[in-house]
Design a binder for this molecule. Structure first.
Ligand code: GTP
Ligand code: MG
Length: 298
């Protein structure tokens, strides 16, 4: 089994163990309640929890001798459907494809920008990193260290520089150098700070002046070890910049794992990648089936 899947399973094991034990029993009123509680505790959100319970109840009703694992399969199918959607197919004709990464502090934006650059380059698409987090002096240095390590060019600005100006420069440099992708890292911000959300809108707007249609993708990076309150955050970021994708990080940690489903459902925005570690290769395209199965312990 692939290493990343092992790490995902290990990260989600707490949720998986609790759901697997309830799903292994015939569904009566008590175990239905326990199942719903388990799903809510995993941060899947009330609608998805209710949907899973209904599907599992129906499966038991139709097939009282449901084979072992049968109920978990049914639950996984519902979750996979909720996470699913068509896989990400970058439109390279718009190159450089500009991807803006946004999110709250510490979510994993900088690491994700680096991992994405690494992945795209390995797939034959030269990338360029834009260090638009000029808020902390260390932020630019962090991205530069990644860039050096990965052999990816980086464009940044002085600490305190206008992040939108850096975005412009990075996108213009990406065009000039024939990059296929420009990954714009942004400073972490609390979704409740209106002026910081406005700053993000400006970064997006100004990036579009350097290249038509940019930023083509606006991805919210979410710490998967955090709970249901990330759903509220996601909605506010979505209103501000019009999200086109989600990246859920730290799923190798002690996350409950359900918030990915809850956020995708609340925003209607697909999960594109998951982070399963701190190394360059630890970013995987979301595989809805594998993720859903790991959540229910299959
Ligand atoms: N285990 C694990 N750690 C991760 C993952 N992604 C990021 N991290 C770690 O999380 C911490 C924060 O990551 P950053 O990429 O700096 O987060 P950020 O969103 O850029 O943070 P700010 O710029 O401060 O808002 C770092 O220690 C990363 O190594 C992941 O998928 N798994
Ligand atoms: Mg950062």
């Amino acid at each position: 089994m692939a290493g990343w899947l092992d790490r995902l399973r290990a990260g989600l094991s707490r949720t998986a163990d609790s759901l697997a034990s309830v799903l292994g029993r015939p569904l009566d009123a008590r175990s239905a309640r326990l199942l719903e509680e388990g799903l809510l505790a995993a941060d899947l959100g009330p609608e998805t929890a209710a949907e899973v319970v209904a599907a599992v109840a129906e499966a038991w009703r139709r097939e009282p001798a449901l084979r072992s694992g049968g109920a978990a399969e049914v639950a996984a199918a519902v979750l996979a459907r909720r996470l699913g959607g068509s896989p990400w197919r970058p439109d390279w004709s718009a190159a450089p494809l500009v991807i803006l990464l946004v999110g709250v502090n510490g979510a994993g934006k900088t690491t994700t920008a680096a991992k994405l650059a690494h992945r795209l380059q390995a797939e034959g698409h030269p990338a360029l990193l834009g260090a638009c987090d000029t808020f902390r002096a260390a932020a630019g240095a962090q991205l530069e260290a990644w860039a050096t390590r990965l052999g990816v060019p980086v464009v940044g600005g002085q600490p305190g520089a206008d992040p939108a100006a850096v975005a412009f420069d990075a996108v213009a440099a990406g065009r000039a150098r024939g990059a296929h992708a420009v990954l714009l890292d942004s400073a972490g911000r609390l979704h409740t700070k209106a002026h910081l959300m406005e700053e993000l809108r400006k970064v997006a707007r100004v990036a579009g002046k350097a290249h038509p249609g940019a930023p083509h993708e606006r991805w919210l990076v979410v710490d998967g070890s955090l709970g249901a309150n990330s759903i509220e955050q996601a909605k506010v970021f979505h209103e501000a910049v019009g999200l086109t994708g989600l990246v859920v990080t730290k799923l190798d940690g002690a996350g409950k794992g359900g918030a990915a489903v809850g956020i995708a459902r609340a925003t209607g925005v697909p999960v594109r990648f998951i982070g399963v570690g701190e190394a360059p290769d630890d970013l995987q395209p979301l595989d809805p089936e594998a993720y859903a199965r790991a959540l229910v312990g299959l």
